[in-house]
Structure formats: C-alpha cells, structure tokens
Write a protein that binds this ligand. Structure first.
Ligand SMILES: Nc1nc2c(ncn2[C@@H]2O[C@H](COP(=O)(O)OP(=O)(O)OP(=O)(O)O)[C@@H](O)[C@H]2O)c(=O)[nH]1
Ligand SMILES: [Mg+2]
Ligand SMILES: [Zn+2]
Length: 294
C-alpha cells in the first residue's frame, strides 16, 4: 500500500492535519488512528516516521521518543528557550523571566536571555542579575541589529522557542535574524490562514538549519508546567544557589528565614540578585510541598 516511508519533524498540527518537514519539503499528514486516539497526541517538534500512500496521502505512523515536552506552548524536543526581555516599554517583569528559566531547567532546556531594544534602554541591571546566575545573556536590538549575529549562531541546527512578554520584540528579532517573512510563514498559505494564532505552535524551518517557534507571550507558560516541581526541588533550578548547598546551618534549609542561611548571605553580599531571590521566595510559596496525598 505505502508508496514511500520517510522520517521528519512536525512543524504544526491544525484541524487534524500535521505538517511534517521531511527532506526539504513539507508533507501534509494525518495521524494514524492509534496515534490520534492515544493520550499522547503528536506535537510540533516530534520526530516522526511517515508513510505516503500511492494516492499521495501522508500518515504519521510512529512518534519517536521525546527528550522533553512543554505543555503550553505544546512543543516537543526543545533544545533552548530564548527569553526576550526589555528595559524599554513594555518593561519585562523579572519574575516572569525567572519562572521560565525554572521551567526550562526542569525540562533540560537551555535558557538564553536576550535583552532587546538596547537602542532605547539598557541599564545593564537585569543583565548583571542573569550573568550572576550563570545564564547566557545577549544584548540585542531588532532596530540596529545588535546581537543578531550571536542569536543566529545559537539557532543553527537546534529547536528554539522564543518567549517573552507581548511587545518585547520576539517577532521583530526572529524576522531580523532569519530573514523570514513571519507574517506569511512557510506553510500558512497552504492552510489558508493569515498570521499564527496564539493557540497553535508553528515551528519555522530556518534557512541555516534548525527550527524556531515564535510563541506567544509569557502567559502561555501555564502554571500546569510548574506543578511538577516541588518546593524542595526549586533550589535546584536557581543555578547560582548550587555552590552553597550544604553550607546553611540547617540541613533542610529552605533559604527563607532560617538563621545562618548561606543563600541569604550570598544575596546580602551581592552574589545573587535580590530580584532573583525574590522570585525564588514567591515561587516557593506557590509550589506544592513534597508530600503528596494522592
Ligand atoms: N526601538 C525598538 N523597537 C523595537 C525593537 N524590537 C521590536 N520593536 C518594536 O516593538 C513593537 C513590538 O514588536 P514585536 O516584534 O511585534 O513584539 P512581540 O514580542 O512579537 O509581541 P507579541 O507578538 O505581541 O508577543 C513593534 O512596534 C516593533 O517595531 C527594538 O529592538 N528597538
Ligand atoms: Mg509577535
Ligand atoms: Zn539556606
């Protein structure tokens, strides 16, 4: 029956069809019955085996094991998340950056923080906070092109999600870096819709290899993702705390108000940004305790 069997990467799923990048083309596929009805439906970013029938119809027959999967935006096999932030309006709330870095690290995804709109504002304050934490930081401007070569180099052969509060310049940067016309998109013409909708993820096949998703704002990183993290695990997703483990007076120190806490001493000494520590405390209160009554 099958004319041809191939492998590929799902760019987008919409209305029961999946658009699979395979060998330089995009094949419109349906999911085989078992996959469609299973509790793990195909996601953008999935590596799949497809079969193309004599009539030219594509079917996804196998989803390869995922190295990770984000809930919202729904995308699998993500290598890095580029968090776009800005000190010019709309100014980014550092708590939102910290929430995304925690989710990324928990999923084994490398976070990169890009401070955009440096042509308008760039105090360097937030930049220092993230350098202290050990994250890669890039200064950029979609207007002057600052940082764009660096971002382009990061994208090659990887799957990257761009996130950040609305208006921060995600689409502008992606357009400048890749040269792609994002308002049209590689496959949206075929689907017959205009711009990306916020409810769907579309991976763009990049001219230099790799894929990128222009995901909607931070709000799309739903709390559901955080539910898998316990209070006690949270400290492991703040890399600047790591060297201090075992140095607090109490073995089970939560680094909140215990005496002789090495983490709080680090914050006082300027080795951890106050904004990062504030985020830790805020998240600590929000997360569930490690004891679960299930
Ligand atoms: N001055 C300046 N303006 C920028 C820069 N980057 C983007 N802008 C402007 O900021 C506005 C928002 O940019 P977008 O690229 O649409 O922002 P976005 O993050 O994609 O926003 P959403 O799609 O709503 O999440 C536009 O008017 C851009 O022209 C920059 O580096 N410098
Ligand atoms: Mg946008
Ligand atoms: Zn402590």
């Amino acid at each position: 029956m099958a004319r041809e069997r191939r492998t590929g990467t799902i760019l987008k799923g919409i209305g029961g069809f999946y658009y699979v990048a395979s060998g330089g083309t995009v094949v419109e596929c349906k999911a085989g019955g078992r996959l469609r009805l299973g509790d793990r439906p195909p996601l953008a970013g999935d590596h799949v085996d497809i079969e193309i029938s004599d009539g030219g119809d594509g079917f996804i027959v196998v989803i390869r094991p995922r190295k990770n999967a984000l809930v919202r935006p729904p995308v699998a096999n993500v290598d890095q998340i580029i968090i776009v932030a800005s000190e010019a309006p709309p100014v980014t709330d550092p708590y939102l950056i910290d929430k995304v870095t925690v989710i990324a690290l928990q999923q084994g995804i490398e976070p990169v923080i890009v401070f955009n709109k440096t042509d308008l504002a760039c105090s360097g304050k937030l930049e220092r906070a993230y350098k202290l934490a050990g994250f890669p930081v890039i200064r950029a401007s979609a207007v002057t092109g600052e940082g764009c070569a660096e971002i382009a180099a990061l994208l090659a052969d990887k799957v990257t999600c761009f996130t950040g509060n609305s208006g921060v310049g995600k689409s502008s940067l992606l357009r400048r870096v890749t040269g792609l016309d994002l308002s049209v998109g590689a496959i949206s013409g075929r689907i017959g819709r205009g711009k990306n909708t916020t409810r769907h993820v579309e991976l763009l096949a990049l001219p230099g290899g790799g894929f990128a998703a222009d995901t909607p704002g931070f709000s799309s990183f739903e709390v559901r993702q955080m539910e898998r993290i316990s209070k006690e695990d949270l400290q492991h997703f703040f890399p600047e705390m790591e060297p201090l483990f075992g140095q607090c007076r109490f073995a089970g120190c939560a680094h909140i108000k215990e005496p002789d806490c090495a983490v709080r001493a680090l914050v006082s000494a300027g080795g951890m940004a106050q904004s990062r520590y504030d985020s830790y405390m805020k998240l600590y209160v929000e997360l569930r305790p490690i004891i679960e009554w299930e």
